[in-house]
Design a protein around this ligand. Structure first.
Ligand SMILES: [Zn+2]
Length: 491
């Protein structure tokens, strides 16, 4: 067997001021054929798992380009077209192939392309023809469009949020692909539109039990090859934004459709119960000060570069300063200009510095003060599960008793190693501020005395009922209170 694999991914917050060009991909991951490292990034596990599967089977894996940019705003049109055409050209050169196994995110929006994955997959299908297997692993924070469903044989989405299972789901993807190529199964995809948009952390109930139930059905029902919840991505203002239920059966489309509907309506009935309890910055800082022991982790949950924001908000820092808090550390505030100044000043220097809150409204004010440059690291990296996440040249500064990490490649706070590489012992701090909605949870929960989800400022469109969408459909909850009512009435 000859199998082509490649990856092209980012998550586009169409409300973000941070536009993405080729340099942004190169800063996060740009690996031409054969140059992908041993460890996968979030959307490239189909490549690393594929290497192992192909070696075991004695099959030929033809690797195309893998590119991933950290989530941000609109992708430059030429950048998308170049990367797409690079991969399509590699696929043409690889023909004939028996399968195409891709890693995509599912929420990339480029200038002129509202559905980049639909565009890419349609072109892949045109190149390989109707009989070649095309399958994809995707992030659930994505838009499942009819165009994509029509172009591919089946999709597998990460089940966990935090996405701790991106390697496990790539294993699922390959297992189903191998079974298909060896004639044991015929995957058929069924989709149900839940007509809602919500946030579904699996680190808490009720989503934990729902995902456990999906995995139980996968184990027990031989007709069911894979079940996925497409959470949707509320910061992507595109026509098909919303939550969908995907069932892949072994050629049982009627059963798949019924199961997708049943599970999808179960999710819909629990709308509004999935999100974490959120408090504002005043409540969060007061609770952290009052806590008997540290470290209390305050997630600045909506200034999450992983959701495409700049990641430079200072709202929580301003609250810490207003309360004269010390023994706190912040990882991170994105400010390449300030990092450059710190690099020039050198370790040990005391300098006047303006940092933070330069990119967007609703993110606090730039901080002005005399800071001490404690530690400088070029090309800093943190761990993220089995992967490594770069956060660029970084400076550890101290300001009024608070340790602050300034970074120059936007990255959400995945792991406490973020602090350690900058010379800060996170376990020794009373308060840790991280920029992450929920991915931080898997690793920080191991060291935290308490975790507080803090909604500070307005860096992100986190209330779909109020978000000024121009392209997204209006007939979904919570924009509409009960979008399924007319269907139920007709049934
Ligand atoms: Zn995601």
């Amino acid at each position: 067997m000859r199998i082509f694999t490649a990856a092209l991914a980012t998550e586009t917050n169409t409300f973000s001021p941070i536009c993405i060009d080729r340099r942004a991909f190169e800063a996060s991951l740009y690996a031409p054929p054969g140059k992908h490292p041993e460890t996968p990034t979030l959307c490239t596990a189909p490549i690393t798992v594929g290497r192992r599967v192909a070696a075991e089977k004695g099959w030929q894996l033809i690797e195309g380009t893998a590119a991933w940019a950290d989530p941000a705003g609109l992708v430059n049109r030429q950048t998308y077209e170049e990367l797409r055409d690079e991969i399509l050209g590699q696929l043409r050169s690889a023909l004939p192939v028996d399968a195409v196994v891709l890693g995509l995110h599912g929420a990339m929006v480029a200038d002129g392309y509202e559905d980049t994955e639909g565009d890419l997959l349609t072109r892949v299908r045109e190149i390989v023809g109707p009989d070649v297997l095309v399958c994809v692993e995707l992030d659930p924070h994505s838009h499942l469009t009819a165009k994509r469903v029509a172009a591919a044989d089946f999709f597998v989405f990460f089940k966990e949020f935090p996405h701790t299972d991106f390697v496990d789901r790539a294993e699922d993807l390959w297992r189903i692909a191998v079974d298909t190529l060896e004639g044991r199964v015929r995957p058929v995809m069924s989709v149900f539109d839940c007509r809602m948009i919500d946030v579904f952390p699996t680190s808490r109930e009720p989503m934990r039990s729902f995902v456990d139930k999906l995995m139980r059905i996968e184990r027990e029902d031989p007709d069911v090859l894979s079940l996925s919840v497409v959470h949707g991505f509320m910061a992507g203002d595109v026509p098909e934004m919303g939550t969908k239920m995907v069932v892949v059966t072994d050629c049982r489309p009627k059963k798949g459709q019924a199961l997708a509907r049943e599970l999808g309506l179960e999710l819909f009935e629990r709308r509004g119960t999935f999100r974490m309890p959120e408090i504002d910055e005043k409540q969060a800082v007061a609770a952290a000060i009052a806590a008997p022991a540290g470290p209390v982790v305050i997630a600045d949950m909506w200034d999450n570069p992983g959701g495409g924001t700049a990641g430079d908000a200072t709202v929580v820092l301003e609250e810490l300063l207003a309360n004269s808090v010390t023994h706190a550390a912040i990882g991170t505030i994105w400010d390449p200009m300030a990092v450059q100044i710190c690099m020039a000043a050198g370790e040990g220097a005391e300098i006047p510095l303006r940092f933070g809150a330069k990119s967007a409204p609703g993110t606090g004010h730039p901080i002005d003060g005399v800071v001490r440059v404690v530690r400088l690291v070029r090309n800093a990296e943190m761990r993220f599960g089995e992967s490594i996440a770069p956060f660029g040249d970084a400076a550890h500064i101290q300001y009024r008793g608070i340790d602050i990490i300034l970074n120059s490649t936007r990255a959400q706070s995945f792991d406490p190693s973020l602090f350690l590489v900058m010379g800060i012992d996170p376990s020794a701090k009373k308060i840790l501020i991280v920029k992450s909605t929920n991915h931080f949870y898997a690793s920080f929960s191991k060291i935290a005395s308490q975790i507080l989800y803090c909604s500070a400022g307005t860096p992100y469109p986190n209330d779909p009922a109020k978000t000024p969408y121009r392209r997204a459909r209006r007939d979904i909850w919570p924009i509409t209170s009960d979008p399924h009512a007319p269907q139920r009435g007709a049934a």
